[in-house]
Write a protein that binds this ligand. Structure first.
Ligand SMILES: [Zn+2]
Length: 318
């Protein structure tokens, strides 16, 4: 039954046009937000783990979307652009040499666009699957207005990057961090964060105000080979609201920055892949992070960071 719903949802959200070039498209490319040459570096028997593996019950829509232990060919997929665009637009960032060098606005723009395309696809899939599920149970569909607002924000940002590409230009970014560690970490992450508060609890966005178009902080953790991992965190220059986060990071040591990024990822996103060893550690702290981040106060948010620090779990050191 669940399998049937998946098939139905996949066919319902299949569009007719490539999201980037706008040309009619019948066969979309299997694109990956985390490039395959990165996924390969943390794969075990060709598979990677997702944080949903730490959940016991198969009750959430997200769990149905993200398999807990996908093969690298099916991990972090999105299918809303044509093969031509996937090659033409993203090929330049999918190699070791480029990843080892400091990124420029070109690489930041292309990764941000990849993240947005992936998240739009997944959110549309979630909406569709949830509605079909609801239809089956109750006889009528359902609409999540907060998810639709999310899709609108992501599409607004994605279109900005695509317009720039059409003009042979790239979008300007502020860079919080761009380093290459001389070791391989056991997780990979190509994701965005939407923050209601900074790391030390200063207000950023009111996440309940759907009238405001939100911007995002993008986070990349790319284990390149056995001795190198690229870590980047950046946001569009236009989204000055995140300057407070950048200022906080500017005052930290590298070690503290990595702990902070680890905490932010664990608290805010399910969107990373890792090894079994990391999953086993994350299971132990599931309780600390099992509630929605936006649903508690700044005091509770800071409390949660404190607990994570006390747990001594740092994704970069597992
Ligand atoms: Zn295209």
């Amino acid at each position: 039954m669940a399998h049937e719903l998946h098939k139905k949802a996949a066919s319902q959200i299949k569009g007719e046009k490539c999201y980037i070039c706008g040309k009619k498209c019948t066969s979309f490319c299997d694109s990956h937000s985390i490039p395959k040459f990165i996924l390969k570096n943390i794969a075990e028997s060709g598979h990677v783990y997702l944080p949903t593996a730490t959940k016991n019950q198969d009750i959430e829509v997200l769990k149905k979307i993200y398999k807990s232990f996908p093969g690298i060919n099916e991990a972090q997929l999105f299918k809303n652009i044509c093969r031509d665009c996937d090659n033409k637009v993203f090929n330049s960032i999918e190699n070791v040499d480029t990843t080892l060098k400091p990124f420029t606005n070109k690489e930041y723009s292309l990764y941000a666009l990849k993240i947005l395309l992936h998240d739009i696809y997944i959110k549309e899939y979630c909406c569709c699957l949830d509605s079909l599920n609801h239809l089956e149970l109750t006889g009528h569909g359902s609409i999540h207005f907060d998810w639709l607002a999310d899709i609108k924000d992501m599409a607004g940002n994605a279109n900005y990057y695509i317009d720039a590409l059409e003009n042979h230009a790239y979008v300007n970014h502020n860079v919080v961090l761009d380093v290459v560690l001389e070791k391989k970490v056991n997780f990979a992450c190509v994701t965005k964060l939407l923050l209601g508060q900074s790391y030390t609890g200063k207000p950023i966005y009111d996440l309940y105000d759907y009238g405001v178009p939100f911007g995002f902080v993008y986070v990349l953790v790319l284990p390149i080979d056995d001795n190198h991992t690229k870590i980047s965190m950046f946001y569009r220059k236009k989204h000055k609201i995140y300057n407070v986060l950048k200022n906080e990071f500017d005052d930290m040591t590298l070690e503290d920055k990595l702990q902070a990024i680890s905490n932010l990822i664990i608290m805010h996103t399910e969107d990373f892949t890792c090894t079994k060893r990391v999953i086993d550690k994350l299971r132990k702290i599931r309780k600390i992070v099992s509630e929605e981040v936006s649903e508690f106060s700044i005091e509770e948010y800071l409390q949660r960071i404190k607990k994570l620090n006390e747990s001594k779990i740092n994704l970069f050191n597992i």
